[in-house]
Ligand binder design. Structure first.
Ligand code: HEC
Length: 326
């Protein structure tokens, strides 16, 4: 009896200590998203998801799952901690989305069923076990590729980092780790990896796409355009999108600090050219835009995996005005 009580006591204490970091300081957002806003966003997303493919579709689906869950047991969101996450925690968050995706696949969407999702999950698990068992580079690569394709980025990072331990010159692993670092909001390290990878294997389209996004985010339009042009040259699949990016960057070279220009130069790589969301959440219709002070704070200080974006007061003003029109 005493033993049981003691055990329960320790369990409670352990839980308390483990969960404590989750109850960080309150965020400065005056109002939680309202139910109508969530519903509206969900409707829009459902429409858009039909037209999307690949990576973008996965991100849209992940957001839909999130929204469906938020709507299910609707209550104002609990405050989240306000400090930067280390890489693996950040990737962990992405992993959760990924897992959410298989488990709660929305059967309403054409072409996707719970069954295929389960099969994918099983296949991934089998590949992971095999790779961990043999530790062979090919097995690790097979695991990394599958995890990456399914958007299970934490596992992809684990697999590719293990490849690099065994074979530090493996270009695919260098490139993918670079991309994962970029998605985790660590552009400096991402750049080092991606530049090495693209130098070693200039035929890999995806590397050029992310390298271009990275340069663009840094405000280096010329190199961004050059990288995106390489992407088209080596036959990257997202032709239209990347041509759009190039056009936009070229238009910017002609210049001016209007809000849209600032947005396209500093935010669009993560939040999408039309603010529809990407690595970062959707901003269009996002209730947070009604709290410009909160947005200002997020932009200047960064938040979670989003890095701080230093802007002049003039640029910031123009940006906030532009965001209001979304
Ligand atoms: C490197 C990618 C990246 C860039 C560049 C970026 N963001 Fe973000 N942004 C994110 C991510 C990721 C989040 C989610 C952060 C979190 O809550 O963990 C986010 C969150 C936000 C949020 C909060 C959204 C919400 O619903 O909670 C706002 C507002 C925002 N970003 C605005 C901007 C603006 C404006 C810019 C340009 C000045 C910008 N971001 C540039 C990745 C980025």
């Amino acid at each position: 009896m005493t033993a049981t009580l003691l055990f329960l006591l320790f369990l409670a204490l352990g839980l308390f200590l483990a969960l404590r970091p989750l109850f960080g300081p309150k965020e400065p957002f005056p109002e939680p998203p309202r139910r109508e806003d969530l519903l509206k966003e969900l409707e829009v997303l459902k429409e858009e998801a039909k037209a999307l493919e690949g990576e973008e579709r996965r991100l849209a689906l992940a957001r839909m799952v999130e929204l469906e869950r938020a709507l299910e047991g609707y209550r104002p969101p609990a405050p989240r901690p306000f400090r930067p996450l280390p890489l693996f925690l950040a990737l962990g968050a992405v992993l959760l989305l990924g897992v959410g995706l298989w488990r709660y696949t929305l059967p309403r969407l054409p072409g996707e069923t719970v069954t295929t999702q389960r099969l994918e999950a099983q296949k991934l698990r089998a590949l992971a076990e095999r790779a961990k068992g043999t530790g062979a580079v090919e097995d690790l690569l097979a695991w990394g590729r599958e995890a990456y394709a399914l958007g299970v980025y934490e596992q992809a990072a684990e697999a590719y980092l293990k490849v690099l331990e065994k074979d530090p010159r493996n270009v695919e692993a260098i490139r993918r780790v670079g991309i994962l670092l970029f998605m985790a909001g660590r552009p400096e390290e991402a750049k080092a990896f991606l530049e090495i990878a693209q130098h070693a294997d200039p035929k890999a389209a995806e590397g050029w796409l992310f390298l271009g996004n990275l340069y663009f985010q840094e405000g280096d339009r010329e190199r961004a355009i050059a990288a995106w042009e390489k992407y088209l040259e080596v036959g990257g699949e997202a032709r239209e999108r990347v041509q759009g990016l190039i056009q936009m960057a070229k238009a910017q070279e002609a210049g001016g600090t209007d809000g849209r220009t600032v947005y396209l130069a500093r935010c669009a790589a993560c939040h999408g050219p039309e603010a529809e969301g990407g690595v970062g959440p959707r901003l269009k219709g996002n209730p947070i835009l009604r709290a410009p002070e909160a947005v200002r704070e997020i932009v200047l200080r960064g938040r979670g995996t989003m890095p701080a974006v230093p802007l002049s007061e003039e640029e910031l003003k123009a940006l906030l005005d532009y965001l209001k029109t979304l």
